[in-house]
Design a protein around this ligand. Structure first.
Ligand SMILES: Nc1ncnc2c1ncn2[C@@H]1O[C@H](COP(=O)(O)OP(=O)(O)OP(=O)(O)O)[C@@H](O)[C@H]1O
Length: 341
């Protein structure tokens, strides 16, 4: 478990104070994949450098397990560092070493016997699917293969935590998904806790259990990925989410919907259980209405469905009102376009 307890980090440059991390409290639970998302300058990298012990907080505490990492003696600090593997956006491989040599590097640094080094490196390369590339040099590899080497190297010393600094930002979408699948496998098969930072909501949606959204050094929203995605509280989070959920309509499409429907339109949000029930057909039958789906998207989030429909109800306005009141007891529903106004 990693705990940030009211952590603040400020830098002073040219006599000016910059609050990179501002009073952040967060807990990353053992065995989970926790994602921190934010735009450039939000403070994500600084937060990672604090866990990695490359920076110390100006205020507050960072605990790994029960241990306040600032109170560690240098020898314990070194041991603690070995518990944290790290992968980077630009891979940080040694260009003069082979794939084998790169993965072996932290083991040689820890003075492991030669035979053990060979065994572990081979196991790791097998795990990341690069056994046949052991004698290649980084320049002979694709971006995705380089990141696999980075992951094998980070895992070689059997860390408890893996920290990922924009690990897929330099990769194309298909390769990104391959690496995200591999990170999920790292989490599931080795039980390694993963803390990642990203500016891509796709990464959060695909593998994270929980998420924190950062802006101007602060955590502005955090929680279980399904809850944050299905009920965002801030404009920044809504913006990030719409990049992957396709739930915001363009002005062009809104205008088109306005022009092509004569009745009021409602946005209906289905989450989890409610996606399995024929709610719309039941309620419209009961109140003798017709309905017309003007727009819809359904997404899978943490093995649950999240549906977002824009629906036109056709019939007696009083019956429409009753139907909406009844639907509102089970799903989120609100009017999006009012033709009367
Ligand atoms: N060593 C430093 N000295 C001075 N200011 C710094 C230092 N490190 C970070 N900052 C400032 O702190 C703020 C947060 O930076 P940080 O790199 O943590 O953000 P970020 O969310 O990781 O952004 P990016 O994705 O661009 O790396 C920025 O305003 C940055 O300029």
């Amino acid at each position: 478990m990693i705990t940030f307890d009211e952590v603040t980090k400020s830098f002073t440059t040219n006599g000016k104070d910059i609050l990179a991390v501002d009073d952040v409290s967060l807990t990353v639970n053992k065995g989970e994949i926790f994602g921190i998302i934010g735009f450039s300058g939000a403070g994500k990298s600084t937060l990672l450098r604090l866990v990695n012990l490359l920076e110390s907080p100006t205020k507050g505490r960072i605990l790994i397990g029960d241990q306040d990492i600032q109170s560690l003696k240098p020898r314990d600090l070194r041991r603690q560092r070995q518990q944290i593997g790290m992968i980077f956006q630009n891979f940080n491989l040694f260009s003069s070493r082979t794939v084998f040599g790169n993965v072996a590097y932290p083991l040689r640094l820890a003075r492991k016997p030669k035979r053990e080094v060979t065994r572990i490196v081979n196991d790791m390369l097998d795990f990341v699917g690069l056994k046949d590339k052991a004698d290649h040099y980084p320049e002979q590899l694709s971006g995705g293969q380089k990141q696999r080497v980075g992951i094998a190297r980070a895992l070689a010393t059997s860390p408890e935590f893996l920290i990922c600094d924009e690990a897929t930002s330099a990769l194309d979408p298909d390769t990104t998904d391959d690496i995200l699948r591999l990170l999920k496998k790292v989490n599931e098969e080795y039980g390694i806790t993963i803390l990642l930072i990203t500016h891509e909501m796709h990464v959060i949606k695909t593998i994270c259990d929980r998420v924190a959204v950062m802006e101007n050094g602060r955590v502005i929203e955090s929680g279980n990925v399904f809850n944050v995605f299905s009920n965002p509280q801030t404009a920044t989070t809504k913006n990030f989410i719409s990049s992957v959920l396709n739930d915001r309509l363009s002005i062009k499409l809104l205008t088109h919907l306005r022009n092509s429907h004569t009745n009021p339109l409602y946005r209906v949000i289905f989450k989890g259980e409610s996606t399995n029930q024929p709610l719309l057909s039941k309620v419209t039958r009961k109140y003798d209405l017709d309905f017309n789906i003007a727009y819809g998207s359904v997404n899978e989030l943490q093995d649950q469905l999240y549906g977002n429909l824009i629906v036109e109800f056709i019939g007696d306005p009083i019956a429409v009102q009753r139907a909406i009141e009844e639907l509102a007891t089970t799903v989120e529903i609100r009017e999006v376009i009012n033709h009367g106004s």
